[in-house]
Unconditional design. Structure first.
Ligand SMILES: Cc1cc2nc3c(=O)[nH]c(=O)nc-3n(C[C@H](O)[C@H](O)[C@H](O)COP(=O)(O)O)c2cc1C
Ligand code: SF4
Ligand code: SF4
Ligand code: SF4
Ligand code: FES
Lengths: 892, 424
């Protein structure tokens, strides 16, 4: 702590911080542009100028940039003196010289940092008489608009895109007042985090193209605190709705998870909410347009007539919806709905994290890792935001170097100049190339079993008591030694693995490394287990029989009626098996929001709501239970999945809180979920928290063409939020905060007013509760089934894609546009052996279904693997690591 | 009068050959230096008080002393010659490199030895093709004789020297932008701290010195501190290459004792003003220095004396303003250069300089308003030292602010329509 004087007032501030951050921590209003809490200071824009005094006697002071000034005891500055104010207004004046002033037609308007800063500095009068220079705008793909004339050259975009996210196709070109921020030519921005440009850019240069397609002003959006549904990380989002359609998703700051950034799948994958594939009305035997009452009656009748009803839940639905189903059918007859074998792997993972000395790190903790082994998981594709965190982790070496040279860590350019290419070690063992390879100290590509063997070898190197690996190639052995050494020497080593390869051995190898590290260090080891879906871990904790058991029950006549919750079984098991199951069951009920192949075969289809129209709790890969809230009430016959189930149960529970409570008391491990967010009874000064900003407009006009009177706002009995602009939002707990705003700060930059300090935790605590804490001194036995060196001749291997592998986001056209065409990836040697070449069409039998795929040669793909894009529409479900069916070159 | 830096210059314009260079005592300094401890060499240079000839006039020895030395110091260190010379009016470094390339090479080797650099670069302005050719030859010859390479003269000291020809931006002469450029990045300046002496090129300790600065070093080591101090007329040691451009009879550059007056330079060496022209003012050290007036002609041009009249010695290459040239157009021409050469990193410079140009343009084209002069004045403060990220913009303001001070009527006359304005 240091004592500093700002405009005559004494404050305590963190010594060594930069003065801008210190001022913002003190909640003082000081304008800035180029500084970003996650990216540090570069001193380019000169907007954060303050007057610094040498000592107590200095009356004049000199202009310094707050963002470049370290806080130290005795620092004396003024933000308010006319010299400082005039300088800051002068900077805005210059930034405005070429700015088009097109706020009325600018997508940024109303949440524009440039607008806010202009207001704040008081610059109002245009003195510049010359012409404005203009720029060419580029086509940047389906996600991002480009309107370069609005640029104020703060360099944030390139610093984020290249420096933070590792992108290569956005740069700054030319010089002087012609600096141009864009691609070298028109084209799709490649990086999976490009959407953050819309939030990082303080002006309307980079904006959300999907939002523009059905644009509305920020103040006219109805928002809610939500959780991303597109992977297991649980990034916090703030989706916005207008006129019954979801308009966009923006980042909702969470200090431990997503921080300031989302991935493009999470940001642009929301299109399914508005999709024509939505189930809007109940249907019976394919007959649309059945009323809610009729549907409820039919549901009741089906349940009543059913001899034996089983339920299949969903790892993409809330704990509450799943638990309601479990209550309906009974614990024994509930199946979480995992794909074949996936359930067993998730259980294995949970056993490890619940019994071994293993700590599930948050993304913030992952960013602190200084040696990382990624074993088997292509995180860039299965848990994108985690890849971004790992990209920051490798920078820890740079920070160490900076510390030695006494360069403050926030002095971004200085740290980078000093450290150059120095990186903390990151090792990646994968089937094929991954998006993080460019920052890896070592990559190893092999069959899953071989990856596991590498992992076991690392564990053995760390602890000789763990099982050794026979017949390991010397290259792998050397690499294992290098990895083991890096992990041993690290201050905070980290293992990342997951279930995407469907390999028990990979997970067990990771566990052995973790146990070895824990024994070495006498502390739990950080292991990040990537689960496949947004609630996989939650469903794993609820438990239940696997899908195979459900199939068997119907096959054997032990069950005749099936209720399927938010799950397309054709994505989970072989087509013929699902066909047989759905045909075998006398009566099938599907509750979902998307009309998929499973729904097509159901007798009764009930329209459930998407994440945007319902609420519930999800458990992320970190084991963090988080509540998401409906953004807008479901329209027409659509209602929450859990409500359909409650209706059928005819219990007293009417609200979400009842289910949450029942779930928490039924399953002790889920007990803490009650604390994930305040209950529906929560009030501030007797009022609910409004979802709509206080400037929300047009409520009467919305339906004026139908009726001029304003209808009563829908009532939300399930949460402490209101579908209204009335209520109190200031001081609301972070888990209930629908969107960010502060007086004078209309852009997302306002979030600092809600944080303990910029980039720190949200005041009042980051949302969610961690369910699984490590058993530090647990004795955990070694896994001993080390795979042998011999292997199957050919195996089908799943290859993942950020855009393509996840089902819901693929219903969003901009995301689908970025997905690859179905392909068969082969090592050139295998292709030769099979007599096919790049671009050839082949017919491959996958789990009984023959598909036509185009051959893609991947030199780095391990030999013997048939790489198939997992989850991609047009590619049938297949059993990963199984032997392929027939394969032959297709006729032209 | 001794002229150590230019003594080998030949009348026919060809460079001094290695033989000629050796005959005049070349590489004696290096031999001597290699027999000394690196810190001794540093001390010697420090004792002369040699000040950087690149414009800022910082003590070379003191700068060197910030480089980490000894066993704990990084093995990789760099010495870089700043041969960017894009300041309008400056051409002295070109003459040195073209006239006596071996002198610079020897200066590099000794200086690199003094800081125990492992690699040296000459960062050369791209258009200096002739200098590039001659330097390459000199470097090649030095390698052949083992003045460069491994185990120089059996001293155990290794050094590699590379010539890098720039793609050509004024900002590349700013030493930290130069480092970025040399690393293959955009030429924008770096924030200090860290200072290059500690973390410079590729994050390693680095010294950047001007061509002329380094050309002094062989002589200092060869002939000693006292000799060197005796060369100058004032407290600032050594000789200086002074240049003159403008309407004089013999524009050119001359090596003269440091502290020679502008009067001597203009009247004796440059042959005085051309027929029909008289002197109104001059920039003493290139485009980014403040005007001095005829009344300052007798001030010795050294680092300290020039500051007394609110200007800077800069590069010591004078640009003259005569009575037939409009001060506003003179400044406009310079500001166009600076606006064009702004790297685009910081707001005041990137957007302030084009506005400055616009205001001046409006003036000379008859669109000026009285308040524009105030605005120009404000601009000189706004783009002043500390307000911008590097010294380019403050440098750009120096001729403007002094023109407003000394030649204000030229500005006002445009508004009062007392001069014929240009259209277009
Ligand atoms: C815009 C700008 C351009 C510069 N150009 C040059 C140059 O061309 N040559 C040079 O030696 N110094 C130039 N300098 C000064 C250098 O930054 C640096 O001070 C100098 O190279 C140090 O060498 P010295 O100590 O030997 O003078 C320039 C500075 C600025 C701000
Ligand atoms: S495009 Fe946006 S982020 Fe990039 S420099 Fe311009 S204003 Fe800054
Ligand atoms: S990383 Fe996962 S949770 Fe986060 S935004 Fe992307 S898909 Fe959503
Ligand atoms: S003053 Fe700023 S814009 Fe101008 S050259 Fe220096 S860093 Fe670049
Ligand atoms: S925020 Fe400090 S200079 Fe840009």
């Amino acid at each position: 702590m240091a004592e500093i004087e700002i405009d005559g007032t004494i404050y305590q501030a963190d010594a060594g911080d930069n003065l801008l951050k210190a001022c913002l921590s003190l909640k003082l209003d000081l304008p800035y542009f180029c500084w970003h809490p996650a990216m540090g200071s570069v001193g380019a824009c000169r907007q954060c100028a303050v007057l610094q005094f040498k000592d107590q006697d200095d009356r004049h002071g000199r202009i310094v940039m707050a963002c470049m000034t370290p806080v130290a005891d005795g620092l004396r500055v003024s933000l308010e003196r006319p010299e400082a104010r005039q300088f800051r207004a002068g900077i805005i004046e210059l930034l405005m010289i070429n700015h088009p002033h097109d706020c009325p037609v600018c997508e940024e308007g109303g949440e524009c940092h440039l607008q806010d800063m202009t207001e704040m500095t008081g610059h109002t009068f245009r003195r510049y008489r010359g012409k404005k220079r203009t720029h060419y705008n580029q086509y940047l793909g389906p996600f991002i608009n480009h309107e370069m004339n609005r640029c104020i050259a703060c360099y944030r975009c390139v610093r984020f895109y290249q420096g933070y996210a590792g992108g290569r196709d956005l740069d700054v070109f030319a010089a002087h007042n012609h600096v141009y921020f864009g691609r070298h030519e028109d084209g799709v921005l490649e990086n999976e985090f490009s959407g953050n440009l819309a939030e990082v850019c303080p002006t309307g240069v980079f904006t959300d193209k999907t939002f523009s397609a059905h644009y509305t002003r920020k103040w006219d959006l109805q928002n809610a605190p939500s959780i991303c549904a597109h992977c297991s990380l649980g990034c916090n989002t703030s989706p916005g709705e207008r006129y019954g359609t979801l308009r966009r998703i923006v980042n909702r700051y969470h200090g431990e998870i997503n921080g300031y950034f989302l991935c493009d799948r999470g940001r642009f994958g929301y299109g399914f909410v508005n999709s024509p594939a939505r189930i809007r009305k109940p249907s019976i035997l394919g007959q649309q347009a059945v009323g809610r009452q009729a549907a409820q009656e039919r549901f009741a009748a089906i349940l009543k007539s059913g001899e034996n009803v089983i339920g299949i839940g969903s790892p993409r639905a809330s704990l509450e919806a799943n638990f309601a189903l479990r209550e309906l059918v009974g614990q024994e007859r509930f199946h979480p709905g995992f794909a074949d074998r996936e359930g067993a792997l998730i259980k294995l993972m949970l056993d490890i994290v619940q019994q071994a000395p293993v700590h599930l790190p948050s993304l913030r903790e992952i960013e602190q890792a200084d040696a990382v082994l990624v074993l088997g998981e292509d995180v860039g594709s299965t848990a994108p935001r985690l890849a971004l965190a790992l990209r920051q982790a490798v920078r820890n070496e740079a920070f160490e170097i900076a510390d030695q040279l006494k360069i403050p860590r926030w002095q971004d350019a200085g740290v980078r100049d000093a450290a150059q290419d120095a990186k903390s070690p990151l090792f990646i063992a994968s089937l094929a190339a991954t998006g993080l390879d460019d920052v890896a100290a070592g990559v190893y590509r092999a069959h899953p079993e071989e990856l596991a063997r590498l992992g076991f070898a690392v564990a053995h190197r760390l602890d000789a008591e763990s099982p050794a690996v026979e017949e390991l190639l010397s290259t792998a052995d050397d690499l294992a030694a290098t990895i083991a050494q890096a992990l041993r020497e690290a201050k905070r080593p980290l293992i990342v693995t997951g279930v995407s390869l469907y390999s028990e051995s990979v997970i067990e190898a990771a566990a052995n490394i973790a146990v070895a590290l824990a024994r070495l260090r006498g502390a739990a080891a950080d292991v990040s287990f990537v689960a496949p879906e947004c609630n996989s871990l939650g469903l794993g904790l609820i438990g239940g029989g696997d899908l195979e058991a459900a199939f068997q029950a119907v096959d054997e006549g032990a069950a005749d009626t099936v209720v399927i919750l938010e799950n397309d079984l054709y994505r989970r098991a072989a087509r013929d098996k699902v066909d047989r199951f759905l045909a075998g069951a006398k009566r099938v009920v599907v509750i979902d929001h998307i009309f998929h192949d499973t729904a097509k075969k159901a007798e009764l289809v009930l329209p459930g709501s998407t994440f945007a129209e319902t609420e519930g709790t999800l458990v992320s890969s970190e084991g963090r239970a988080q509540r998401f809230f409906s953004v807008f009430p479901p329209a027409g016959e659509v209602q929450d999945s859990w409500r359909w189930l409650l209706d059928a149960m005819q219990v007293r529970w009417r609200h979400l809180d009842y289910i949450t409570e029942a779930c928490a008391s039924a399953l002790p491990v889920l007990q803490p979920i009650l604390r994930a967010a305040p209950s529906a009874n929560f009030r501030i000064e007797g009022m609910k928290v409004p979802r709509q900003p206080h400037r929300y407009s047009g409520r009467t006009a919305i339906r004026a063409n139908v009726r001029v009177s304003e209808p009563k706002q829908p009532v939300d009995e399930d949460s402490a939020l209101s579908f209204s602009m009335e209520g109190v939002s200031s001081g609301c707990p972070p888990s209930l905060n629908p969107s960010v705003w502060a007086p004078g700060w209309n852009s997302n930059q306002s979030v600092f007013k809600l944080q303990d300090e910029p980039g720190g935790q949200l005041s009042g605590g980051d949302p969610g509760v961690r369910l699984i804490e490590p058993k530090v001194n647990a004795e955990f036995p070694w896994f001993t089934r080390v795979p042998g060196a011999e292997r199957k001749l050919r195996q089908v291997a799943p290859l993942y894609h950020v855009f393509g592998s996840e089902a819901l986001s693929m219903l969003s056209p901009p995301v689908a546009e970025r997905a690859p065409e179905p392909y068969l990836a082969l090592n050139p040697a295998d292709a030769r052996e099979l007599g096919v070449g790049a671009g050839d069409a082949v017919e491959l039998e996958l789990a009984g279904v023959t598909v036509r795929l185009v051959v893609l040669l991947k030199a780095e793909l391990a030999e013997g693997l048939l790489g198939i894009p997992a989850g991609l529409p047009g590619v049938p479900w297949f059993a990963p690591l199984s032997e392929p069916g027939s394969i032959r070159k297709a006729e032209a | 009068m001794e002229k150590p830096l230019t003594k080998n210059f030949k009348a026919d314009g060809t460079p001094a050959t290695l033989e000629e260079y050796l005959q005049s005592g070349g590489y004696e300094g290096l031999r001597k230096a290699l027999a000394m401890a690196p810190l001794e060499v540093q001390q010697t240079v420090k004792d002369t008080g040699l000040r950087g000839r690149g414009g800022a006039g910082f003590s070379t020895g003191v700068k060197w002393s910030f480089v980490p030395m000894g066993d704990d110091a990084p093995r990789t260190k760099y010495l870089i010659v700043n041969g960017d010379e894009m300041e309008p009016g400056a051409f002295k470094d070109r003459l040195l490199m073209e006239g006596d390339p071996h002198q610079l090479v020897e200066g590099v080797i000794i200086s690199a030895y003094a800081i125990q650099a492992s690699t040296a670069y000459i960062f050369l302005r791209g258009e200096y093709r002739l200098a590039a050719e001659r330097l390459s030859q000199a470097i090649g010859a030095a390698y052949e004789r083992n003045y460069l390479g491994d185990d120089i003269f059996g001293s155990g000291y290794d050094l590699d020297l590379y010539l890098h020809t720039s793609a050509g931006r004024y900002i590349c002469g700013e030493e930290t932008a130069l480092l970025n450029s040399l690393e293959g990045r955009r030429a924008i300046p770096r924030a200090k701290p860290p200072y290059p002496q500690v973390s410079g090129l590729f994050g390693k300790p680095t010294i950047v010195n001007n061509v002329e600065t380094l050309c002094n070093v062989p002589h200092i080591v060869h002939y000693g501190v006292d000799w060197y101090k005796g060369l100058s007329k004032t407290a600032d040691a050594g000789t200086k290459l002074y240049g003159v451009s403008g309407r004089v009879r013999r524009p050119g550059a001359w090596e003269l004792p440091m502290g020679t007056t502008a009067r001597e330079i203009i009247e004796e060496h440059a042959g005085g003003m051309q027929e029909g022209y008289s002197l109104r003012g001059f920039l003493p050290g290139g485009a980014s220095t403040d005007f001095m007036l005829p009344e300052h002609l007798d001030i010795p041009l050294d680092f300290d004396a020039v500051t007394e009249v609110d200007s800077r010695l800069g590069t010591g290459t004078l640009i003259l303003l005569d009575d037939k040239t409009c001060a506003v157009r003179f400044v406009l021409n310079l500001e166009q250069f600076f606006a064009q050469e702004s790297c685009g990193w910081c707001t005041p410079c990137r957007d302030g300089l084009p506005w400055t140009v616009d205001l001046l343009q409006d003036l000379v084209e008859g669109r000026g308003r009285l308040e524009d002069i105030e605005q120009l004045e404000r601009m000189t403060g706004f783009l002043g030292p500390g307000n911008t990220f590097c010294a380019l913009a403050p440098g750009a303001m120096e001729p403007l602010q002094s023109a407003l001070k000394y030649f204000r009527e030229d500005f006002e006359n445009y508004i009062a329509k007392k001069v014929r304005v240009a259209h277009g």
